[in-house]
Every structure is written in C-alpha cells, then in structure tokens.
Design a protein around this ligand. Structure first.
Ligand code: ARG
Length: 583
C-alpha cells in the first residue's frame, strides 16, 4: 500500500476540480512529512503551481484543499507555512496497511512496474589473491541490492566477474614452478597460493630476472601453453572452492561465475570491430578509444589493446557487456565496485555509448551504473591493515566476529545448548559485520569497530535481531493459539496511545522505504528505517502492556507486535541478515 501515490492520485483529481488553470504536464509530488506533528505526508504542489500561474500560494493551496476528497484514506489537507499541504492518514488507512503487512506475502510492498532485467556485478575478487575487506563492501552491498531488486519483482541475474586472467598469473605460475610446497597446498590451498604470490611479488621488486621470468610465463599462458594452462586452471579451481566456502558463511550466492577468462575469445574480434566502426583507432602502436567530445574524458582515452597485442581490463569489460546483452537481454547492469575505479567505468560507459552511436549492439543499450563505495578504515583512520601491515582478510574478520558474538551469547544465555549457541553466534557475528556496512552511506569511509558493531544497544544488527527475538518470545508466551490475521476485520483494530500510532505510522512506511533503496542504490535507507522502527517498538512496548492488556486492546497490540516482527525479518532478510529464535 503506497500512500504517497494514493494521495497523489486524489490530489490530481482535486486539481482538476479546483477550477485552477492546471498545465497539462503538471504532476503533484507527495512525500513523507518531515515533522509528523503536522501530518503524515506533505505536498508542495500548491507552491509550485502558484509560481507557474503567478498567483498567491496560500490561496492556491486553499482552492486545492477545498476540492480534495480523501475518502477513507486521509482528511482534507491542512495548509501550513507558505502553502504546504499536510495530509493526515485516517485510522482506516493505517489499519489497512497493518492488515497488508500481516497477511500479504510482500507485506504491502508494491511490485516494480515494469520489472527490469538487471545484471548485478559484485564481489568479483581476484583469483589467488585473498578476498580482503575491500571486497567485503562490494559483496555485502551487491548482495543486498540484488535481494531488494528481486523482492520488488525485477528479473535479477547475479554474476561474479572474478579476476581469473590478470597479470598476477605470471607471478603465480613462476611461483608454482619454483616455490610450491605440495603439502601446504593440500592443507590450505588458498593460503599456499597467497604465499607464493607474495613471495614472488617481493622477489620481483628486487630482481629484474625474476620479473622477466614472470613475464615469460604470462606470455606462454596467453599463447596457450598446455602446461601453464593446466596450472592456471588448477589455481582457479582451488580459489573458487575457497571463495565458495566464504560466500556460504556469508549466505551470498551468484547465478553465474563468469570470470574475465570467459571472454578471452571475444577480445580480438571486439577490438577489430571497434576499429572498423572508427570507434577505436591506433595511437603509438596501441589501440585506444578517444573521447574528444567528452568534457571530463577528453584527455583520458581508453586503452583496449597494448602495442604488444595484449588486451586489458577495459577490453574484457566491453566484451562482457556484449555477452550480458546477448545472453541475458540485460536492460540494466549495476557494477558494485569501489570508488577508485570511477574513471574506468566512465570510460567503459562512454565507449558503449560511442559504439552504439556507430551501430554496434542493440538500438537501446542497457543502462549502466557504477554503484561506487568508499573504504573501510582502521581505528587510525587509515586503510584497515593487520598488525603486520597486510590487508585484513575477510575470513579472519568473520572468525573474530563470531568469536566475539559467542561471548555475548554465553553471557546472556549461558543455559542454551552449545550447538544452538554456535548457530546464534554465527547469525549475530555475520549479521553485525553486514549491518555495520549497510547502515553507512555507501560512499562514506567508515571506521571498523568491533565494540560498536556488536553492541546490543545502538545502531547495530544485534539490536534489531534482539527486537525480533523479543517479539517472538511474546508469541511463545501467548496462551492459546496466535490470532489468525487473515480472518480478522481490520476495522476492528483500535489504537489510542501515542506510542501505538507512532509505531503504526512507521510500519505503514515500509512499502515506501523498500523501493526507495533502489533510487540511488542505498541500503542504508532501509537500515536506518529498521532502527527507527525498532526504537518505536521498544517505546511502545515500554508504554503499553500487550499480554496483560484488556481484551479490547490486546488483539490490536498483538497485531502491532506481529507486524513489527514481520517487517524486521523481511527488512533484515533484504539486507542479507538472518534472525535467530533466541539469543
Ligand atoms: N576484479 C576487480 C577488482 O578486484 C573487480 C571487478 C569488477 N567488475 C567489473 N566488471 N569490472 O578490482
């Protein structure tokens, strides 16, 4: 139940009846009220219109207000300040929203229309290098956006574009042939691959002959040398298996894992085609796409084939777009990748535009979006590193989060069986790491703090999980069966206390908040909303008895509890966070 659009429709009818000379293109906007003391929703339509018609905004507002018919939805608007229209929902509208949350499989959130075919490109770590906290942001944000888009009814394809064909393979091949410890590889393949990569990397810095040897291995690999290809394939498979375990712990999955190597055969013909269409041209032996007309990129051509014939990251990304259009008819492609790659994506998007203008690909190319994010900082405000100066590894972060969460569970609920404690610790620990990420604006460089992310009070996942657990325990204590919400008449709900209406008002906004996440790809809007909702729930629960309430108020209050729990669980689910039964 989307109240802003319902009010908007009635407002549009009022405009027609108002006798004002409304321009055909005029569309009144309705938004949630800033200050709920004056109403639930507001519109600046009268002011915008008065400006266009050159008349008095308050008089315009009053003409609209008297023509407005709100029915069961809302009262006639009140006029405030220079001509704002403030709308207050009627109790029947709130009750209907509550009933929708309780009985509708989508909790009243409307289906996106029209649904779009969206490819979400996220996580995409590089093979044989560990996934570090830099990739964690992309993984967590991308997963949340994909879940949200799916929930809204879009056709989503997730694709893990792993870096399985970079120049790092020169080093890995050389390391494999000279440094590999077979036993260590057997025991922990990802760690052993990382060790040889790091050692060769250090040697390369000191010794030019090692650099040459690595380069030779890379050239041989690219030329199809069978031995090198075999080693490469083994490394990729080992890495994928290691990554898979990590994604399982995070409860993240992909429809496809089409890494960079998947596009190798497409690169040469792609470059030839771009040359033939005059989109790309030769420059000092290399092939580049120039953006002479583009204000920001005029001096920044995109290199797609080096003078030695090698292809680049950008070439692969262009070939990947072709594939995603051919194979999945992508209408949108979202790249959830850190802000440092902004230039890269600007160049790619502009190249696609130029190629389309030259007749390449479909008449309407997909909408391409770089959904950038900032970094995660340590307490010293510098990029987060381990004590030895290495990048922090995601697996270690998760281990630590779970260990710390286990201690919290131990303290709060020492009598639970050990297996359940482990399960709860994992749900809380992983949830905390995810929520710390998703509650930030994605562009913020945020400071990683264990204390903050695991606190039971504060802007944390454990706080939200605990709110749901608390409601679940109310229903466990209920004597007799839980009410059957589908059989209940929503008009029988009654709410008197201020804390009840505040909670109700927030619940009714869930249907607006979920779609708003995709406007600017901001999961923190949902995270912030859930925190507000949990706060309102606790205030309600402190002010109003539920199980001990009189019969007349009891069912309505139980409905508020059940709806809050549903919204918390659905909302956390969209953030990729699970909720335990107890904690
Ligand atoms: N592997 C890259 C990195 O770690 C990220 C790839 C992002 N996706 C893409 N289509 N370029 O930096």
């Amino acid at each position: 139940m989307l109240f802003p659009s319902l009010i908007q429709e009635r407002l549009a009818q009022a405009l027609l009846r108002s006798g004002l000379d409304i321009p055909a293109s005029f569309e009144p906007s309705v938004t949630a009220a800033q200050d709920t003391r004056f109403g639930d929703y507001q519109s600046n339509a009268a002011m915008v219109l008065a400006k266009q018609l050159r008349c008095n905004p308050r008089e315009t507002a009053s003409a609209i207000a008297s023509a407005f018919e709100g029915g069961d939805l809302c009262d006639a608007p009140e006029i405030a300040g220079p001509g704002f229209l403030n709308f207050r929902l009627r109790p029947a509208a709130f009750s209907a929203a509550l009933a929708a949350i309780l009985t509708d499989s989508r909790q009243g959130v409307p289906q996106a229309s029209p649904p779009r075919r969206i490819v979400v490109d996220f996580s995409a770590p590089n093979v044989a290098k560990p996934m570090h906290v830099g990739h964690i942001r992309s993984t967590i944000i991308g997963d949340c956006l994909a879940r949200t888009a799916r929930f809204l009814g879009h056709e989503v394809t997730t694709d893990n574009h792993i870096g399985d064909w970079g120049t790092q393979f020169g080093m890995i091949l050389h390391g494999w042939k000279t440094l590999l410890d077979a036993e260590a590889l057997e025991a922990d393949p990802v760690a052993e691959l990382l060790r040889i990569y790091k050692e060769i990397n250090t040697l390369c810095k000191e010794d030019e002959t090692v650099r040459d040897q690595c380069r030779a291995e890379l050239v041989a690999l690219q030329a199809g040398d069978p031995e090198n290809l075999k080693i490469w394939k083994t490394c990729v498979d080992l890495s994928i298996a290691g990554l898979g375990k990590l994604y399982d712990r995070l409860d993240v999955s992909f429809d496809h894992w089409l890494g960079e190597s998947h596009y190798n055969d497409r690169l040469a013909p792609l470059v030839e085609d771009l040359i033939a269409r005059s989109v790309a041209r030769e420059s000092e032996g290399a092939i580049c796409i120039f953006f002479t007309e583009h204000p920001a990129l005029a001096e920044k051509p995109c290199l797609i084939r080096k003078a030695d014939g090698g292809f680049l990251y950008a070439t692969t990304d262009l070939a990947t777009i072709d594939f995603r259009i051919e194979q999945w008819q992508a209408e949108e492609i979202w790249y959830v990748v850190g802000a440092p790659q902004q230039l890269h994506f600007q160049q790619i998007f502009e190249s696609v535009r130029l190629a389309a203008a030259a007749g390449r690909g479909p008449a309407t190319p997909p909408a391409l979006r770089h959904i950038a994010h900032g970094s995660i900082l340590g307490a010293d405000r510098k990029l987060m590193k381990t004590r030895s100066g290495d990048n922090v590894q995601l697996a270690d972060v998760l281990d630590e989060a779970i260990t710390r969460a286990r201690a919290v569970v131990e303290e709060k609920n020492p009598d639970l069986p050990a297996a359940e404690k482990d399960e709860i610790a994992s749900i809380i620990g992983i949830g905390a790491v995810k929520f710390a990420e998703l509650s930030q604006h994605r562009m913020t460089d945020y400071i990683f703090s264990w204390e903050k992310m695991l606190a039971l009070q504060g802007d944390t996942a454990p706080y939200l999980q605990y709110s749901s657990v608390r409601i679940q325990s109310i229903f466990r204590k209920l004597e007799g069966p839980a009410p059957d919400w589908t059989a209940l008449d929503p008009t029988s709900f009654t709410f008197q206390d201020e804390s009840e209406t505040r909670l109700l008002r927030l619940l009714a906004r869930f249907a607006e908040v979920v779609p708003s996440v995709l406007d600017d790809h901001r999961p923190n809007l949902l995270a912030g909303y859930l925190l507000e909702l949990a706060g309102a729930f606790h205030a309600f629960f402190a002010a109003c008895p539920v199980l001990k309430a009189e019969v007349s108020a009891r069912t309505s209050r139980l409905a508020l509890c059940a709806a809050t729990n549903k919204v918390l669980q659905t909302g956390l689910g969209l953030l990729g966070i699970r909720v335990p039964k107890r904690m």
